[in-house]
Design a protein around this ligand. Sequence first.
Ligand code: ASP
Ligand code: MG
Length: 462
Amino acid sequence: MKFGGTSVGDGVRMRHVAELAKEYRDRGNEIVLVTSALGGITDALLKNACEASETGKTSSVNEFIADLKEKHHKAAREAINSTEILENVNAEIDLRIEELEKALIGICYLGELTMRSVDYISSYGERLAAPILCGSLQSLGVSSRSFTGGEAGIVTTDEYGNAKPLDVTYSLVKERLEPLLNECIPVVCGFIAENEAGIITTLGRGGSDFTASIIGAALKANEIWLWKEVDGIMTTDPAIVPEARPIPVISYIEAMELSYFGAKVLHPRAIEPAIRHRIPVRVKNTFHPELAGTLVVKDEKKSRDIVKAVTVIKKVALINISGAGMVGTIGVAARVFTTLANAGVNIVMISQGSSEANISIVVDEAHLDKAVKAIKAEFKNGIIREVTQDRNIAVVAVVGAGMANTPGVAGRVFGALGSAQVNVIMISQGSSQHNISFAVSEETAKKAVEVLHREFGLEHQK
Ligand code: ASP
Ligand code: MG
């Protein structure tokens, strides 16, 4: 079971987590807990480390440290109702915070921040949270031990900030955690690990899901539970369509299509170990543990739901590249994409019609200016006649594995949009047929989502 930042946002929440874990254990389950940092702490650590390297102000470090200490002591007080355990946990917090302070002061003096230091500093969020959660369990009479990612056996590459587990991880985690399962609940720091030299690495932002998935796979768990602040993976964004419902069962493939497209419930990289070892992943709401949540499995048995969800991505922009010179000219697309990659532009969606006279690309809005500039510079003379841009768009995607080989889905999608007077600007469907994406003007995006949610009856999910 992994609990995210909001689920362990403060001491009261942590206690709730400990109680939930105890309850499931009392019902006869063996559990490993993976914890995130307290909500907002990872961001604060990163911000402070940057400031320390830029300004060199040790006074701001001292202030930050005092605040951090206060927050974690308060959380510990709220989560643990045994004086003895509380004292031990506080002593551990103080020790860790002291190390952190030294590192931050060091960064002030050095005036530089390497990727390795960033990982070291940001690891403290989880390293401060785990002892509190562990203490909270102990104070409920459940025996528990806390582990850093490295201690639990997660060994990674040296790619600081985005490290990947090495194969040995799976046997190490099994060796270290499995024997403990019948006697205690191990609490493992999410997000952080170690390289082969024992230096702290991190698995990327939001990496606690990844940790849970690695551990679940290593232990061949029955299920990996990701506790979040939503009722599950939703049919669409409830902020747009209040009738949005949690999806009871979804396949890994569908879940990945969703996460690629803005509804960031699960990161594909994070569930990859679960997929490889075929461990079902369940998304549950910490605030409503009685709800079943969403179960993510290998193959959804053929269901009547052709479409599972409708997602929308905002803050994107469209670039259209056109010119008669492009027709039949080999290598234009290669140049466009290489140019964009070199300029650090993330591409969200692509479309080229068979006339080959234009290529449309959707990029993150923040990347638009550099993207257009780079393309214009690359094609100064020739082939491309015109590069236009449009910031006023949103991308809507209809997702569902049942769409593959089902004729008429696209017809229903675009028919419904047409009846609602929503103009479609650009379309893309990969040949996996699991996702139809299209761009519409920003003003019509809400309507597009509402209309499609209704067209496919998603409000009736049970
Ligand atoms: N604390 C880390 C982050 O905020 C990892 C996580 O919460 O999953 O990115
Ligand atoms: Mg977080």
